[in-house]
Write a protein of this length. Structure first.
Length: 362
């Protein structure tokens, strides 16, 4: 049996292709190994970020590809089609981090009632969250369209949740407003939804002219400003900046505009992919990279077993009913459709009110 894999050239993400790779025979799988069919997965701008920082944050190591190529990780669903683990049945559904491919071999470890992890040696240098799989067979909240919204939003909303928690824990660094760039992105509007519930915090979204109506319609930004008008914002009050865009020129403009009133500047995303390697020293708070797994580990210790999951689950329960109003799920099937969807996402051509659910199966 072969797997169909979608791969990209690591230093030229515009170049992509589909290849066939040989899978081990199901009967000859090593002990505790699973052969999983990747049924469907979400593709968002966040997956492009995984590719952009793939070398630095070791994302390329998760799913090996031929030299010079990489397999972009995605969040989605897999069906166990062969199992050599005594406690994992054929037919089970797993939710987690998969390659853009039709199949994945998992070395199952730490198998429990609710989940398991892949113990493959090449996957152990990344945060444990990327190697964990939830066992979701029969769970209606992971089925059908609800499952699609989970694949599209849960990984991003976890990032939103941890940024909101980090800012609140630090009393917003004294800021009275939080500014979010790339306000139409899923991580940004998930964060805006949470920030909007914080008393005394004004939420300002920065976006392009074409996305103003969508961002405004979400109802979780107190003000929506286009990029060409950012210096028109009053600069007398303290602000925190959450950078989803990864745009060095925009960051410099905001820092110079607000000066000492820029109390926090967190780099989160790379939707614009316009960061300079050598940025000048800027007025106000020094820009810092926010890494969600660090905050998750911190809170896991402080909140105890299940504490992060319980709090996140409560936040998700509030957001989930809103998603059908905000996002239309678009399904595409087959290698050609996946390639087209990938290039559209890379080039920023996917409307913000759409969410892509893909499969390499026709």
């Amino acid at each position: 049996m072969n797997s169909t894999d979608f791969i990209v050239i690591r230093d030229d993400l515009q170049q992509c292709k589909v290849i066939e790779t040989q899978l081990p025979d199901a009967a000859a799988l090593p002990a505790d190994t699973l052969l999983v069919k990747v049924v469907r997965f979400a593709l968002t701008a966040n997956n492009i970020t995984y590719a952009v920082v793939g070398d630095r944050l070791k994302y390329w190591q998760l799913f090996p590809a031929p030299d010079g190529y990489g397999t972009i990780p995605v969040w989605g669903f897999g069906e166990v089609i062969a199992s050599k683990h005594p406690n994992v049945a054929v037919g089970e559904t797993l939710f987690g981090y998969f390659p853009m491919a039709t199949h994945l071999v998992i070395e199952a470890a730490d198998v429990g009632k609710r989940g398991l992890r892949d113990a493959a040696a090449h996957r152990q240098e990344v945060s444990p969250v990327y190697n964990a799989y939830a066992r979701v067979s029969g769970d209606p909240t992971y089925a059908g369209r609800q499952g699609d919204y989970r694949a599209l939003m849960v990984p991003l909303f976890m990032l939103s949740f941890m940024v909101d928690d980090f800012l609140a824990e630090n009393d917003f660094f004294g800021a009275s407003s939080v500014i979010l760039s790339s306000a139409s992105s899923k991580t940004a509007f998930g964060l805006a939804y949470l920030l909007h519930k914080q008393l005394g915090i004004r939420v300002i979204g920065l976006t392009s002219k074409g996305n103003v109506d969508f961002v405004t319609s979400l109802g979780c930004y107190d003000e929506v400003i286009t990029y060409d008008r950012v210096t028109a914002m009053p600069a007398a009050k303290p602000v925190a900046y959450v950078d989803m865009a990864g745009n060095s020129a925009l960051r410099e403009t905001l820092h110079r505009h607000f000066g000492a009133q820029m109390k926090y500047s967190g780099q989160i995303g790379l939707t614009h992919r316009a960061s300079d390697a050598d940025e000048p020293a800027l007025p106000g708070a020094k820009p810092v990279r926010f890494f969600a797994p660090d905050q998750i580990r911190k809170r896991a210790k402080e909140w105890g077993p299940g504490g992060v999951d319980r709090r996140f689950g409560a936040a998700w329960a509030g957001l989930a009913p809103l998603l059908p109003q905000w996002l239309e799920v678009i399904e595409r099937h087959g290698p050609s459709a996946v390639s087209e969807a990938y290039l559209d996402t890379l080039q920023g051509h996917i409307p913000p009110d759409q969410g892509l659910i893909l499969s390499l199966f026709e």
